[in-house]
Write a protein that binds this ligand. Structure first.
Ligand code: GAP
Length: 506
């Protein structure tokens, strides 16, 4: 991750937000290459899930909705995370990400009742892919420190939402290592609040949307009345969402401002929602593979029934193997008719759909595929980042950093490189080709430095192809096309180059 974060900053993919003021935790700015790649993710998703399907339409709703939207959706009451404060360090933790365990030592005893078990204290650790191991190590340290004899039992990790009231004062804060400073968990609403207009009282309170989904539900009737859509159909929306996350972490993975790509797919109440749900998960997996995420790094996680969100009949997440652990990438929730029912109730307007085939009126049910653009961005970078070796201009092997991004996502598609910059006839042809290519694609023109160095610069930002204009170009009109991953070179002419790009990029 460190190498990737550093590359992102050095090459202009992602900067910490408000960098000159010391940054702002949980916020990020996408630089010149980052914005291209982010736009490519959104465009590829939109093309594949909206334009290339007959059952989808798009929407772009406002970020701030009527505040009743969030009352109806349940966000005002339920969009909370359990929060634990450390009164000494002033740090805050998500209770479900703060793990603890009692440290229990078993001393051999001659008593007929058997060996004696004694709790000698508590240990804590923040969630990671080695939480259990960390707690066990800390338990061993505590036993050594207290010089207690006997057999240490394997620790049993629980999170702070499961702590009994009498245990809380005994659990050490992960910030200080000492017990006594953690508060009991309390609910913290993650919506960012603002005010509309000049008044700053309760009547003016509004929220920055924490998801794009509700914008779709509150426009359901508008789309049905105007869009010539028939159930089953879906509405897609891409846009910013805001959550006042307690613990933004893992670079952009959990941010406070991010972008979502969401679909609400409306089906008849008696339709087979499980099949629809499965079809969307499969479509998500296939799409992620098509944009370069290896299938071996993707897995599925079905939420246990007792942990489902208030609206969900069933949720499956596509997980990705990030360097910091296997984490949620894309959620697929079957929301039933929860949202339309709520908005119908709170607005007093009928949101029923008239099914002309079944001659029935009903509130459709939905399956919701919902994914973060920033998470796909991060997953694509993690999957693409590679260090290998390539020959320099003298044939000596040197370390090369290469982003093996899928051509559709790569910020720059082609680099145009005249072999040398002091031959005007080569430069003229290169400039002409550059001008033609940039009408259609994001192209980079680079004439400075040895050709190997120029290739390396493009490899590091994931440019799939470099085109070199050399003396043969002047003789027969062909260029050298060098492919990023294999580093193979072939000669081709302008027509073949455009054909290749069209095939690979759309
Ligand atoms: N409408 C349903 C919904 O918003 P969610 O699981 O809370 O469900 C959906 O979010 C997706 O949005 C996640 O799978 C993730 O890709 C992305 N996401 C959620 N919170 C995020 C955050 N704080 N930072 C970045 N992406 C986030």
């Amino acid at each position: 991750m460190d190498a990737l974060v550093s590359l992102c900053k050095r090459r202009g993919f992602i900067f910490p937000s408000s960098d000159i003021y010391g940054g702002l935790n949980g916020f990020f700015d996408y630089g010149p290459l980052g914005v291209e790649m982010k736009n490519n993710i959104k465009a590829a998703w939109w093309r594949d899930f909206v334009h290339r399907r007959d059952d989808m339409v798009g929407l772009d709703s406002s970020i701030i909705h009527h505040p009743t939207t969030w009352k109806a959706s349940g966000h005002v009451d339920n969009f909370t995370d359990p929060l634990v404060d450390c009164k000494v360090s002033k740090q805050r933790f998500r209770a479900d990400q703060l793990f603890f365990a009692a440290v229990i030592v078993e001393a051999e005893s001659a008593a007929p009742s058997g060996n004696e078990k004694q709790t000698i204290g508590y240990v804590s650790a923040l969630e990671s892919d080695r939480t259990d191991a960390e707690l066990q190590e800390k338990a061993e340290q505590l036993k050594r420190k207290k010089a207690i004899r006997g057999k240490l039992l394997p620790v049993e990790a629980r999170d702070m939402t499961q702590a009994k009231p009498e245990e809380i004062p005994l659990i050490p804060s992960p910030a200080t290592g000492e017990p006594g400073s953690l508060t009991p968990p309390r609910s913290f609403n993650m919506m960012f609040q603002t005010y509309i207009g000049a008044l700053r009282d309760d009547s003016a309170v509004a929220y920055l949307r924490p998801e794009t989904a509700q914008g779709i539900f509150i426009n359901f009737k508008n789309v049905v009345d105007t869009g010539r859509v028939k159930v089953p159909f879906g509405i897609a929306q891409v846009g910013k969402a805001f959550r006042n996350e307690i613990n933004p972490r893992n670079f952009t993975f959990r941010s406070r401002e991010f972008e979502q790509m969401e679909i609400e797919y409306f089906i008849a109440p008696d339709a087979d929602w499980q099949k629809c749900h499965r079809d969307w998960i499969d479509a998500g997996l296939a799409w992620l593979e098509s944009v370069g995420l290896p299938r071996a790094d993707l897995s599925e996680y079905a939420h246990p029934k007792e942990k489902l969100s208030h609206y969900s009949k069933g949720t499956v997440d596509i997980m990705f193997k990030f360097p910091f652990g296997v984490q949620e990438l894309w959620g697929f929730a079957a929301r039933g008719d929860f949202d339309l029912t709520q908005h119908q109730k709170f607005s007093g307007k009928s949101l029923e759909y008239f099914d002309e085939v079944a001659k029935q009126r009903y509130l459709p049910h939905v399956v919701e595929p919902s994914v973060g653009v920033d998470r796909i961005f991060l997953a694509a970078l993690c999957a693409a980042y590679t260090e290998d070796e390539a020959p320099d201009d003298k044939g000596k092997l040197e370390k090369r950093t290469v982003l093996r991004l899928s051509p559709r996502l790569a910020p720059v598609k082609v680099a145009v490189l005249p072999l040398v910059k002091n031959k005007p006839e080569l430069v003229a042809v290169a400039e002409q080709l550059h001008a033609k290519l940039k009408r259609k694609y994001v192209v980079f023109y680079d004439q400075s430095g040895a050709i190997g160095r120029r290739y390396r610069r493009q490899d590091e930002i994931g440019t799939p192809w470099c085109v070199t204009i050399d003396f043969d170009t002047l003789a027969n009109g062909t260029f050298t096309l060098r492919e990023r991953d294999s580093m193979k070179q072939e000669r081709l002419d302008e027509k073949a180059l455009f054909a290749l790009l069209d095939e690979k990029l759309y």
